[in-house]
Design a protein around this ligand. Structure first.
Ligand code: UDP
Length: 350
């Protein structure tokens, strides 16, 4: 691409909700911690498309270099192998920092709970320290898990949650809750410019097939003709948000001038039982797979559905891709992966 074409593309590229962002003109510098992960790598791609300089920082514990391989030749992209548990001694200045660094799948974050706590706590301090030095705005990827096993539905941001401090999920749930507090106090005490997104069950092309979450498990089980493993009776609910919708929401939150500094739910309010998800996957993938029920893990939330009123009001953002469309795209991706071909991530417009 020559520079004229590139300039035109930068000027015409739009932030998802048409907020007037100035990074098109100024080639802003963005650091994405956890940038080789499922969501982080898509953020890397989107900011490169905007013409920004992108630094991806990842320890590759669950992030995959293959997620960012396409960017490695791009002069605007750099990759730093680093664990956010350790201080970040970079002299570079960043305009925007995303903290996406933490395994998000229950089997992954539970495999080393102390590391998960450290990632959430030390990672928050180290990235906030970098944000202060850079005078950057920083976005914390928080989670619906801060609500634990909620006893109200849908979950509004002011709901304070029902979380076990000493269960198998606590390292993630309480780690993310504490990180929100660390962020909040850095704003209150030190004036750090920040955003907090509470992410609800993102899925889509690019997920690690081995990740262990329900969408990737069910699709890969169905494609392989293996048993579909429903944990418990399958009546527990989740609200699944498609990758591109999620990334649009995170970008809108990062750049919205109208936002508050309070946490904002980013998710799709369409709620499904796990049994309904299994049925939908089997409808889309003709398969010999049978449904098997296995033990429900301890503290598995019985329901989860975001109230997205705050995101709609402050960001003008709503998800666009429903579960059926999103599953079609995700299944196409996993099919291609299983056949050893790479599959371009379909855009929302397709
Ligand atoms: N689940 C399931 N079978 C699987 C994986 C997960 O029934 O193979 C259930 C899990 O018990 C939970 C829901 O699906 O109720 C979502 O699990 P996931 O690990 O995707 O994310 P969570 O929202 O629990 O963090």
């Amino acid at each position: 691409m020559n520079s004229v074409t590139k300039f035109t593309r930068l000027r015409t590229a739009k932030n998802p909700n048409n907020h007037s962002v100035d990074f098109f003109e100024n080639r802003k510098s963005v650091l994405i911690a956890g940038g080789a992960g499922f969501l982080g790598s898509r953020l890397c791609g989107r900011y490169l498309e905007f013409g920004c300089r992108v630094t991806c920082l990842d320890n590759l514990s669950t992030g995959r270099l293959s997620n960012v391989r396409d960017f490695l030749e791009d002069p605007n992209f750099s990759f730093i192998l680093h664990d956010v548990i350790d201080p970040i001694k970079s002299d570079s200045a960043f305009d925007y920092i995303f903290n996406m660094a933490c395994p998000a799948s229950p089997p992954k974050y539970q495999s080393d709970p102390i590391q998960t706590m450290k990632t959430n706590l030390y990672g928050a301090f180290n990235l906030l320290d970098l944000a202060r030095r850079s005078k950057a705005r920083i976005l914390q990827a928080s989670t619906s898990e801060v609500y634990g096993d909620p006893d109200i539905s849908p979950q509004q941001e002011r709901y304070q949650g029902n979380v076990n401090t000493v269960g198998p999920r606590s390292c993630y749930d309480e780690g993310k809750r504490a990180a929100e507090t660390i962020f909040h106090e850095h704003r209150e005490c030190l004036g750090v410019d920040l955003r907090i997104a509470r992410i609800f069950n993102a899925y889509g092309p690019g997920m690690d097939p081995e990740d262990g979450r329900v969408v990737s498990n069910f699709i890969n089980q169905a494609l392989a003709g293996a048993p579909i493993t429903i944990y418990g009776d399958g009546s527990q609910t989740r609200s699944f948000c498609y990758l591109e919708d999620m990334v649009d929401g995170l970008i809108a939150l990062m750049h919205s001038p109208a936002t508050t500094f309070e946490p904002i739910n980013i998710g799709n309010p369409d709620e499904f039982t796990v049994a309904e998800l299994a049925a939908l996957v089997l409808e889309k993938i003709p398969s010999k797979s049978e449904i098997v029920h296995v033990d429900l893990p301890a503290d598995d939330p019985k329901q989860r559905r975001p109230d997205i009123g705050r995101a709609q009001r402050h960001l003008g953002w709503s998800p666009k891709v429903d579960l059926s469309q999103g599953l079609d795209r995700t299944i196409a991706y996993f099919r291609a992966e299983a056949e050893g071909r790479s599959c371009r991530i379909p855009s929302v417009a397709q």
